[in-house]
Design a protein around this ligand. Structure first.
Ligand code: HEC
Ligand code: HEC
Length: 257
C-alpha cells in the first residue's frame, strides 16, 4: 500500500510543462496533457500491481535469514561451546524433561528480544548468558527467524498429569482465581495459549518443567526482564500445586489434533 501513494502523487504532479523554442514556459496544450495523464495512469497502475511482488521479494530476505539462522543453530559459535541445537534441538523442540524451552513456533521478535536480555544480563540465566552474548545483531535476527519458522514438533511433554490437575489448571487458565483476584492466563496468552505477538509468548505445548520453573521464579520475586512485571504480579498468589496444575494444562494445549 505504501507504494500506492508515491505512484499516485507522481501521476498527478508530473504534467507536461511545454516550452517554446526560446525555452520559455508556455501554457501546455490541453490534449497533450490529457494524453500524458492517461499514459501516466497506466504506468501508475502497473507500479501498483508490481508493488505486492516487491514485498514478496522482501519476504525472501526472511527466507535467507531462516537459512543463515539454521546454520547458526547447528554450529558452535564459540570454541568449546555447544550449538543452540545441542540444547534446544535442531527442530526447536527443546528438552521438556529438563526444562529447556521449546523455541519452535515462538514469535521471532520475542526470541530476539529474549536473546538480547540474556546478553545484557537483564534476564539472568547461567546457561543462556554466554549464548546470548555470542550473537551479534544480525545473527540474533537470523537464529530467531529460524526457530520461529519451525513447525510445532510432534513430541509432547511426557509429564503424566492427573485429571484433577488438568481440571484445576483449566480453571485457573481460563477463569483465573476469584479468591486471590488472579487474572485468567487466557486474557494475555489467548484462550488456546498461542500468545499475542511480541507481547506474550506462546504457552501451548511448552513443557511443565519450564513453565513451572518460570512461574516459581517470578513468584520468588525474580523480575526476569521489564515485561516480567506482568508475570510477577500474576504468580504472586499461586500455590505450588496450582503452579503444577496450570503448567500441566498449558503443556497439553495444542498437542491434540
Ligand atoms: C547449554 C544448553 C543451551 C544452549 C547451548 C542454548 N540454550 Fe537457550 N536456553 C537454555 C535454557 C536452560 C533456557 C531456560 C533459561 C531460563 O531458565 O530462563 C534457555 C532459554 C532460551 C530462550 C528463552 C525462551 C523463552 O521461551 O523465553 C531462548 C530464546 C533461547 N534459549 C535461545 C537460544 C539460542 C538461539 C541458542 C544458540 C545461540 C541457545 N539458546 C543455546 C539452554 C541452552
Ligand atoms: C496481564 C497479562 C498476563 C497474564 C494475565 C498472564 N501472563 Fe504470562 N506473560 C505475560 C507477559 C507480558 C509475558 C512475557 C514476560 C517477559 O518477557 O518477561 C509472559 C510470559 C509468561 C511465561 C514465559 C514463557 C516463556 O516462553 O518464557 C509463562 C510460562 C507464562 N507467562 C505463564 C502464564 C500463566 C500460567 C498465566 C496464568 C496463571 C499467565 N502467564 C498470565 C503476560 C501475562
Amino acid at each position: 500500500m505504501l507504494a500506492v501513494m508515491p505512484a499516485l502523487k507522481w501521476m498527478m504532479m508530473s504534467r507536461v510543462a511545454a516550452t517554446d523554442r526560446a525555452g520559455r514556459r508556455v501554457q501546455p496544450i490541453v490534449e497533450d496533457n490529457l494524453k500524458n495523464d492517461v499514459r501516466r495512469f497506466w504506468f501508475a497502475l502497473a507500479f501498483i500491481a508490481i508493488a505486492p511482488c516487491m514485498s514478496a521479494i522482501a519476504a525472501d530476505g526472511t527466507a535467507a535469514d531462516v537459512q543463515a539462522g539454521h546454520i547458526i543453530a547447528i554450529q558452535s559459535l564459540t570454541k568449546g561451546r555447544a550449538a543452540c541445537a545441542a540444547c534446544h534441538m535442531e527442530n526447536g523442540a527443546g528438552q521438556p524433561d529438563v526444562g529447556i524451552p521449546r523455541l519452535a513456533g515462538l514469535d521471532a521478535r520475542l526470541i530476539e528480544e529474549q536473546l538480547r536480555y540474556f546478553a545484557d544480563g537483564e534476564r539472568s540465566s547461567a546457561a543462556m548468558a554466554p549464548y546470548g552474548a555470542a550473537l551479534d545483531d544480525t545473527q540474533r535476527r537470523q537464529v530467531s527467524a529460524y526457530f520461529a519458522s519451525l513447525p510445532i514438533p510432534p513430541e509432547p511433554d511426557r509429564f503424566a498429569a492427573t485429571a484433577a490437575q488438568l481440571s484445576r489448571g483449566r480453571s485457573l487458565y481460563s477463569d483465573g482465581d476469584q479468591r486471590t483476584e488472579m487474572q485468567a492466563c487466557a486474557q494475555c496468552h489467548g484462550v488456546t495459549g498461542l500468545g499475542v505477538g511480541q507481547f506474550s509468548p506462546r504457552l501451548a505445548g511448552q513443557s511443565v518443567a519450564y513453565v513451572a520453573d518460570q512461574l516459581s521464579r517470578w513468584r520468588a520475586g525474580d523480575i526476569r526482564d521489564p515485561k516480567g512485571a506482568f508475570m510477577r504480579a500474576e504468580s504472586r498468589t499461586l500455590s505450588d500445586t496450582d503452579i503444577i496444575a496450570v503448567s500441566a494444562y498449558v503443556a497439553q494445549l495444542g498437542q491434540t489434533p
